[in-house]
Design a protein around this ligand. Structure first.
Ligand code: FE
Ligand code: CA
Length: 524
């Protein structure tokens, strides 16, 4: 370990550097006696934000916690703090299979990211963190099956959109109790803004702009026991949507047309806080901290490849925006929509996805991303409407994605999304709603954990204008259970009435299936 390594480098959290085997003393690891960990006697539990795991591989998984240092403990805590992590093969915590030490500091918000390595494929592990007199809750996690494994099942919970003020996290309580391989969270983990009409509980602080303000918002969400339980129970695979930064942002532009250099500083703060609170492998780019790679690919043996996409960071600006108020809006005739240069994912991510899908050997190709892909346009006297923040605002990018499935003769493609606060099951074609255009893929979009959905009048119009949509309900809150097997996909929209109360219990709204080799959703 390099003696030159500064506290700053630790703080900025180059992950490989931040992780040292337990067998090295912290003094060796740090190369400086002044940084040797003290035994901190905590007045308050520093692990109140819980523990989490994520981005599993066949031989490793990311383990996360963040110390919350209260005022009474500030004087006890050095600039850099050593946190230990233990990994066990059994729930009784008797068979320890890994021990790690990581240093953390305020520069990374006292967050800890540890890659537990050398694990066995397709099995469950338990883990906990230790710091001085404090011990964290125990988390459970799971590795992916080995690449060549002919695995029979993948069970996941698809979730998104958890406005803290608009309801309680009963869905997470339900998720925590399910037997799952992973939770797939596709965005709007926090909300930056408030709607005073729907307040079951309240954000502290105003709309976040700075790193400290985004940290406080994430910490408030992690203060919810049901959310912590869902993190502790399963590994999470994640991407983001807009509200992790600000509503309807597109690349370097916000709705107020803020100077991009100013907005990108805010985006950097939001991405840094996101990284500090999530079990993700990669943080903001060291050179350009307004950039952070979230899109990823994960394999589930021979059964499935799963792509998680980033719909926000690289997208083209909204088409035909209101010059006074940017972001998405409903347009009737907008020539920009048919500009082939425009992309939801950015051309580099599009190419990466296409290349990956076209060479995938897995039975199912699952594409998880922020929003609904099927069209929600309405026929109007002025032409068909398009909401420019969704895929209808990037119709040629959607067409490229689906045309590639046709051209490469890909089968068994399942698109998963969130964002729209309604459950949707739909057929995907190159030409939406055109029976001449074959169904090429199946779509399941999950309703929100809490965030309020649209009214039934508009929902009914969308259904009647879009025969590709087999199911669309914005009235209930919840998440979607999905089981993938070599024969097919079974899904269950698990929901409860809006708004979600503390004691709400989830039931089944509807079930949809996809048969192997037959594109399209079928009511089950
Ligand atoms: Fe949302
Ligand atoms: Ca959103």
């Amino acid at each position: 370990m390099n003696k030159q390594l500064s506290r700053r480098a630790w703080g900025q959290g180059a992950l490989a550097l931040a992780l040292t085997p337990w067998s090295l003393s912290a003094q060796q690891a740090m190369g400086s006696a002044s940084d040797a960990p003290r035994h901190i006697r905590w007045q308050n539990d520093p692990f109140v934000l819980g523990v989490a795991s994520g981005q599993p591989h066949a031989d490793s998984v990311m383990l996360w916690t963040r110390l919350l240092v209260q005022d009474a403990d500030q004087a006890n805590v050095a600039q850099t703090v050593a946190v230990q992590c233990e990994v066990f093969a059994d729930e009784a915590l008797r068979k320890r299979v890994g021990q790690y030490t990581a240093m953390t500091s305020n520069q990374r918000g006292m967050s800890v990211h540890i890659e537990a390595k050398g694990l066995q494929p397709g099995r469950t592990y338990w883990y906990r963190f230790l710091c001085g007199s404090a011990t964290s809750p125990v988390g459970r996690t799971r590795t992916t099956p080995a690449v060549q494994d002919k695995v029979q099942s993948l069970r996941l919970a698809l979730a998104s959109c958890q406005h803290f003020e608009q309801g309680f996290f009963a869905a997470h309580r339900d998720i925590a109790q399910q037997d799952l391989d992973l939770v797939l969270f596709v965005g709007d983990y926090i909300y930056e803004s408030s709607n005073p009409r729907y307040l079951l509980r309240q954000h502290t602080g105003g709309v976040p702009q700075t790193l400290d303000e985004y940290r406080a918002r994430h910490a408030q969400y992690k203060g919810d026991a049901d959310l912590r339980a869902a993190h502790a129970a399963h590994p999470w695979v994640m991407t983001w949507d807009d509200h992790e930064v600000v509503n309807d942002y597109a690349n370097d532009r916000d709705m107020k047309y803020t100077d991009p250099t100013v907005f990108l500083r805010r985006r950097a703060a939001a991405y840094q806080a996101y990284f500090e609170h999530m079990p993700v492998r990669i943080g903001p780019d060291a050179v350009n901290p307004a950039n952070m790679r979230i899109h990823d690919r994960m394999g589930w043996g021979q059964l499935a490849d799963l792509w998680t996409l980033d719909n926000r960071q690289y997208r083209s600006h909204h088409a035909c925006p209101d010059p006074l108020k940017g972001g998405g809006r409903v347009v009737m005739s907008c020539n920009e929509l048919v500009d082939p240069q425009r992309s939801m994912l950015g051309m580099a991510q599009e190419r990466w996805l296409t290349q990956g899908m076209n060479t995938s050997q897995a039975a199912w190709k699952i594409v998880a991303q922020g929003t609904q892909m099927s069209s929600t346009g309405l026929a109007t006297p002025m032409g068909r409407s398009a909401f420019t923040d969704g895929w209808d605002g990037y119709p040629l990018a959607r067409e490229r994605f689906l045309q590639n499935i046709a051209d490469a003769k890909l089968q068994d493609v399942l698109v998963l999304g969130g964002d729209v606060h309604m459950n949707v099951a739909a057929q995907l074609r190159v030409k939406p709603n055109d029976e001449q255009s074959p169904v090429l893929a199946s779509e399941l979009t999950t309703t929100s954990i809490t965030s309020r959905g649209m009214g039934e009048t508009l929902a009914a119009q969308i259904r009647s204008n879009n025969p590709d949509i087999a199911h669309l309900r914005p009235d209930e809150r919840g998440y979607t259970l999905i089981q993938v097997t070599p024969e097919g996909v079974q899904s269950e929209f698990r929901t409860t009435a809006n708004p979600v109360q503390t004691g709400s219990v989830l039931g089944t709204q509807a079930r949809f299936a996809v048969r192997r080799g037959v594109a399209g959703v079928v009511k089950a």
